[in-house]
Write a protein that binds this ligand. Structure first.
Ligand SMILES: *Cc1c(COP(=O)(O)O)cnc(C)c1O
Length: 411
């Protein structure tokens, strides 16, 4: 089914004209035409956004020009074997990391986090605590809990402010502290630099889950001296359903780290097929087994325009779109601003913001019927994500218009 925007109600002021003028003035608006949005407004890029129009052609090329004619030889002749690292180095440009420090091994974020957390705890063998933010994404809580049981450590889950206080008071006990630069519910930011510095002051390792930041927020991994990081490939990075996750391991740990997932692709000489595992001495040791090539190719294709634009311009565009959303909300009905569950200041938010509404599921469905895709988090949150390359100011206006009508309809 093709979703077309509803015929627009004429706004009482010139704010729709204003939206169009802002889009006309911003050269990034042209990128939106390159995405297969089917006429709809996609404000759910923090879950799974639309593909680029050219993706189908790219996948067809990999299948018909590489896989079909060359089969297993394509691993060597078409750069497939190197793709986990090639894509990692592209990601490094968005994440503020030097080359050779990011691997896209082909695992889920959950598996990658397991690998990173066990490795971090093994680097601090004598420290009893694994610290995590209590508001973390569920899989992070589940994986950290399992890692703590496996390695006989104590899992300590602390709220946002309690987390820093715990590091100050008991930092010497902490092997690794896992945090996220963007809260997946409210979009609230946690600054990477001060938390990492707090970890380092007591010798703890600072591990970051970048899932809601990658591709939308500068994270400056090298400059912030982050110890380990992981993140998801299918949110703002746009890698598509089930896109593989990434892992950041800075050069300074590459000779001492000991990953628990010791698959043959992480071996120093995988094709010698020897009986004992000997890890590669560089970022290759973060690989596991044969990577999901088609998903890697899709992620690689998605990264091209993001890298071309650069993380600072991407972040700037997202800020402008989210601020414009709040302007439209205020213009529609100032009362709506009271629903904001996110910080009001753009500097304190990542790429999305959340509103508290009664019956979030029903609002999500009503918006979808108007061709506006958002996602709800039970019981009362709806999240709006402002992916920089395929969301326009005009769509933001349209989303607020549809939201206003949906809330009136549900009253
Ligand atoms: C989306 C997300 C994940 C996803 O995990 P998968 O194993 O890739 O499904 C993990 N952690 C965070 C913080 C996320 O936002």
């Amino acid at each position: 089914m093709t979703i077309r925007p509803e015929s627009l109600t004429v706004p009482s002021t010139g704010i729709l004209d204003d939206a169009r003028r802002r889009d006309d003035l911003d050269p990034l608006t042209q990128y939106a035409r390159g995405f297969a949005t089917d006429g709809a407004t996609h404000l759910n890029g923090n879950s799974l956004g639309p593909p680029r129009e050219s993706l189908a052609g790219e996948l067809d090329r990999v299948v018909t020009a590489q896989w079909a004619p060359r089969q297993v030889q394509a691993w060597f002749r078409d750069g497939w074997l190197d793709l986990p690292r090639t894509v990692g180095d592209k990601l490094a440009l968005l994440l503020g990391a030097g080359p050779g420090q990011i691997m896209v091994a082909g695992e889920t974020t959950s598996t990658t986090l397991f690998n990173a957390l066990v490795a971090a705890c093994r680097l601090r063998p004598d420290r009893p605590v694994l610290l995590i933010e209590a508001e973390s994404f569920p899989t992070d809580l589940y994986i950290a809990s399992s890692v703590a049981r496996l390695l006989d450590r104590e899992l300590v889950a602390e709220s946002r402010t309690g987390f820093d206080a715990y590091l100050r008071e008991h930092g010497q006990q902490v092997a690794a502290a896992l945090a996220a630069p963007v809260d997946f519910r409210t979009g609230e930011r946690r600054e990477i630099r001060p938390t990492t510095a707090l970890c380092h002051a007591s010798g703890a390792l600072s591990v970051w889950d970048l899932s809601h930041a990658a591709g939308v927020l500068p994270v400056d991994l090298d400059a912030n001296a982050v110890d380990l990081a992981v993140g998801c490939g299918y949110k703002y990075l746009g890698g598509g359903p089930g896109a593989p996750a990434f892992l950041y391991l800075p050069v300074r740990f590459q000779s001492t780290v000991d990953f628990p997932l010791t698959g043959w692709h992480g071996h120093a000489r995988p094709f010698e097929m020897g009986p004992a595992f000997e890890p590669a001495t560089d970022i290759e040791q973060a690989r596991t087994g044969t990577p999901p090539l088609l998903s890697l190719a899709a992620l690689n294709h998605a990264l091209a325009p993001l890298v071309e634009v650069g993380i600072h311009a991407l972040h700037q565009r997202t800020r402008e779109l989210s601020e414009f959303f709040l302007e439209c909300l205020a213009e529609r009905d100032p009362e709506l601003l009271r629903c904001l569950a996110s910080p009001r200041e753009a500097d304190r938010r990542g790429g999305h913001l959340a509103l508290r509404v009664p019956d979030a599921d029903a609002v999500e469905r009503a918006l979808a019927d108007s061709g506006v895709h958002v996602d709800s988090r039970p019981p009362d949150l709806i999240r709006f994500a402002f992916a920089p390359l395929y969301v326009t100011h005009e769509q933001v206006w349209r989303a607020v218009d549809a939201l206003g009508r949906a809330l009136e309809g549900l009253r």
